[in-house]
Design a protein around this ligand. Structure first.
Ligand code: GLU
Length: 436
């Protein structure tokens, strides 16, 4: 069996972290098994679907490195849906309904008031058909076929179709609801595994009977627990947190991928720079049933950790030319984002005016300024510089190192000075030490 998964967004908005997580799990599963990952654009709702969102979805997947092995669009497949619908109709598995939403609502309330489950009540055979009303269509569940599957995340699932309403699959205007086209496509595209959020579990129960009715074996299902924000529910912020804003904040795609791959699983979130380890480790049996908590602060921290062992080659295209491999390696432990590297160009090459020195620090700076011109910049200049200043002034520890770091970099904290100083032009260093 070829593993084939699909990510099936409706292009009615931009992807947010929750959708991206589903896409990622589908992609990881396909890659782990040497299978195929398809993008299926669920654009049956022609009024709400927009081309700009389709383009945005492609761009976001590309940015994340989730390459697709094919793209399909539901709007190009209406003929197929029509043909399969006709078969179900001929077999009596879809049937016309004439109730108005108001009538259905009243029936639901009556049933509830009697303490009964508000399940749709089929009309008896031969019930009168109202004139001049276009019907909508329901799928006839087989009440005698219990619905069972072993979910890859949730374990054994069982639904009694008698307790379920026959789902509406087509509206009176002929347009499609999500349920049936999705099944038709999953069959036609050879989807082996459907990975999606647990909000689809009851859809799956109905869809399993649709697979059967269309003569197909249902795929395997993995329904993952939903993603929630730190405050415990799917917040507005999380629901709208798009890739563009994360990109602007300097989040690396691999950081988001590393977090979303493991969040809510029993595997630890790790600062990987390569997706291979995540492909290797994906296992739906290790996904938890509790909601996965997404924390932007955790993402920012992971991003930072990942940068600390990201090689120059991986980011060179986004770095100023002055940030050479050696300079990148010196500064990366102090970066929260790649963009911050640009702030270090002036520290290396100038122009740079050190902050005014405090009076107590002047002797150390003066001693260092006097020694600097004679120091061989190619051989551990920091050791030589601090040694000379210490000898001349008797200063040591913080009183020795901090004034020098401040004068040379303008900061109180930063990369190891032994690594940094040889990368700062000597004439610049001499100038900065003398400025105080
Ligand atoms: N378009 C559906 C959704 O976004 C797809 C669900 C599925 O994966 O089957 O919810």
């Amino acid at each position: 069996m070829t593993v084939t998964t699909r990510f099936a967004p409706s292009p009615t908005g931009s992807l947010h972290v929750g959708n991206v997580r589903t896409a990622l799990h589908n992609w990881l599963w396909a890659r782990k098994h040497g299978g195929r990952f398809l993008l299926r654009i669920d654009d049956t709702d022609l009024g709400r679907s927009k081309e700009e969102y389709v383009e945005g979805i492609r761009a976001d997947l590309g940015w994340l490195g989730l390459d697709v092995d094919g793209e399909e669009r539901q709007s190009a497949r209406f003929d197929l849906y029509e043909a399969e619908f006709a078969k179900l109709q001929a077999a009596g598995r879809v049937y016309a309904c004439y109730e108005t939403p108001e009538e259905l609502d009243i029936r639901r309330k009556i049933l509830l008031s009697r303490g009964l489950p508000p399940v749709y009540e089929r009309k008896p055979d031969g019930a009168p058909v109202p004139d001049g009303i276009a019907p909508h269509w329901r799928f006839r569940l087989d009440h005698d076929a219990p619905i069972e599957w072993t979910d890859m995340v949730r374990g054994p699932q069982h639904f009694d179709p008698k307790t379920m309403s026959d789902p509406v699959v087509r509206r009176a205007d002929g347009s499609w609801l999500y349920l049936l086209p999705s099944v038709i496509d999953d069959i036609a595209m050879g989807i082996s595994h459907v990975v999606r959020g647990e909000d689809h579990v009851s859809n799956t129960a109905a869809q399993i009977q649709m697979f059967d009715a269309l003569g197909a074996t249902p795929p395997a299902f993995a329904h993952e627990a939903l993603l929630v924000g730190t405050e415990g529910k799917l917040s507005k912020r999380l629901g709208s947190l798009g890739m563009a804003s994360l990109r602007e904040e300097g989040i690396e795609p691999i950081a988001l991928v590393a977090l979303l791959a493991r969040l809510g699983t029993s595997d630890p979130v790790e600062p990987v720079t390569d997706v291979a380890a995540l492909v290797e480790s994906i296992d739906f049996a290790r996904f938890g049933r509790a909601p996965a908590r997404f924390d932007e602060a955790e993402l920012a921290l992971l991003n930072q950790k990942i940068l600390h062992h990201t090689g120059h080659a991986a980011v060179a295209g986004r770095l100023p030319a002055a940030i050479t491999p050696a300079r990148w390696e010196a500064i990366r432990p102090n970066l929260a984002t790649v963009a911050e590297a640009a702030e270090w160009v002036a520290v290396f090459d100038g122009p740079f005016t050190p902050p005014a020195a405090e009076a107590a620090d002047r002797p150390v700076l003066a001693a260092a300024a006097a020694a600097a011109p004679g120091i061989d910049w190619g051989a551990d200049p920091w050791h030589a510089l601090t040694g000379a200043a210490k000898e001349a002034t008797g200063a040591k520890g913080r009183a020795l190192f901090l004034p020098l770091r401040r004068a040379l970099t303008g900061r109180d904290h930063g990369p190891d000075m032994g690594e940094l100083l040889p990368l700062i032009a000597k004439d610049q260093a001499v100038e900065r030490l003398s400025a105080g």
